[in-house]
Design a protein around this ligand. Structure first.
Ligand SMILES: [Zn+2]
Length: 82
């Protein structure tokens, strides 16, 4: 491996540990809930969305809150419309 690549790999380790360097602008994932139900969860500039019924009525749900925990420090927290 060349010297330049070794330096990039070392730098990537620091970046990965310093999560506040990373801010998600948008993402789309599926979250498998109980009963093997799969829900689409999206995040776009601080706004969460989920296709489950609970989110539809409350604007927040276990799926979006789970993703906030997974991405702690890299997404805005609690900016959902309750
Ligand atoms: Zn949901």
């Amino acid at each position: 491996m060349d010297y330049g690549m070794i330096g990039k790999i070392e730098k990537s380790k620091f970046y990965a540990e310093e999560r506040d360097r990373i801010e998600f602008e948008s993402l789309r994932v599926t979250v498998r809930g109980d009963n093997d139900s799969v829900h689409w969860v999206a995040y776009d500039n601080g706004i969460w969305n989920c296709d489950c019924a609970f989110f539809g009525s409350r604007g927040v749900c276990s799926h979006t809150m789970a993703m906030e925990r997974v991405l702690e420090g890299m997404v805005k927290i609690g900016e959902v419309a309750y």
